[in-house]
Design a protein around this ligand. Structure first.
Ligand code: HEC
Length: 176
C-alpha cells in the first residue's frame, strides 16, 4: 500500500518533469521530436502529455490499490469471506494469532495447537473460546475436548465477536 503510493508519486513527478521539459524544449532531441510548429499542435501535445501522466501516475495506482484491497479481503485460499468472516479475520489477528498458527491470517503463534492442522469445527471453537482450554485426556482416535481453566484463557472474546472468529477459523483452517 505505502509502496504503491510511493511509486505513484515518483512516476507522477518524473512524468511531470518530462512534460515540463518537453514543453520548454529543454530536452533537445525529445523537444525537437515532440515540438510542432503551430500553437494548436503544441497545445494538443501538452494536453496529451497531461493525460498520459495523470493516467499512469494516478489512475493506474488507484486501480491497483482498489483491486488489491478487494481481492485480499474477499477471499483466502479459494474460500470466499463473508463480511462476518472478514470481521472474524481481524479479531483473530488481534486476539488469537499470538498463540495460534493460522496461515490464512498470517498467524504463526506457537503456544497453542496449529489450527491449520487441527481444523476445528465452528462449535468446537466456540466451546473453546467460552471455556478456555485444558485438553481432556481422551482415548486415541477420538477428538480432544477442552475442559476450560487451562493455558488458553476463557472469554477472550464474547457474543457476536466469538461467532465471527469461529466461522472464519472453521472455514479457512487448512486453506491458504
Ligand atoms: C494465551 C495464548 C492463547 C490465546 C490468546 C488463544 N489460545 Fe487457543 N489455545 C491455547 C492453548 C495453549 C491451547 C491448548 C490447550 C491444551 O492443550 O491444554 C489452545 C487450544 C485452542 C483450540 C483447540 C481446542 C480443542 O478442542 O483442542 C482452539 C480451537 C483454539 N485454541 C482457538 C483459539 C481462538 C479462536 C482464540 C482467539 C479467540 C485463541 N485460541 C486464543 C492458547 C491460546
Amino acid at each position: 500500500m505505502v509502496g504503491v503510493i510511493i511509486i505513484a508519486v515518483v512516476i507522477t513527478a518524473i512524468s511531470a518533469a518530462i512534460a515540463f521539459g518537453a514543453s520548454r524544449g529543454s530536452f533537445k532531441g525529445v523537444g525537437d521530436a515532440l515540438q510542432t510548429t503551430n500553437r494548436t499542435g503544441s497545445r494538443l501535445l501538452n494536453s496529451g502529455l497531461v493525460f498520459v501522466y495523470v493516467g499512469i501516475g494516478i489512475a493506474l495506482p488507484l486501480v491497483l490499490i482498489i483491486g488489491n484491497r478487494n481481492s485480499s479481503n474477499a477471499q483466502v485460499g479459494g474460500v470466499k469471506l463473508s463480511p462476518a468472516m472478514q470481521v472474524g479475520r481481524e479479531l483473530f489477528a488481534e486476539h488469537c494469532g499470538v498463540c495460534h498458527t493460522l496461515a490464512a491470517d498470517n498467524a504463526v503463534g506457537k503456544i497453542g495447537p496449529n489450527l491449520d492442522v487441527l481444523r476445528p469445527s465452528e462449535a468446537r471453537i466456540l466451546h473453546t473460546i467460552a471455556y478456555g482450554c485444558l485438553q481432556k485426556p481422551v482415548a486415541a482416535g477420538s477428538p480432544a475436548t477442552c475442559l476450560g481453566y487451562g493455558v488458553m484463557p476463557a472469554d477472550i472474546v464474547q457474543g457476536q465477536q466469538a461467532k465471527d472468529i469461529a466461522e472464519f477459523v472453521s472455514k479457512v483452517a487448512g486453506h491458504s
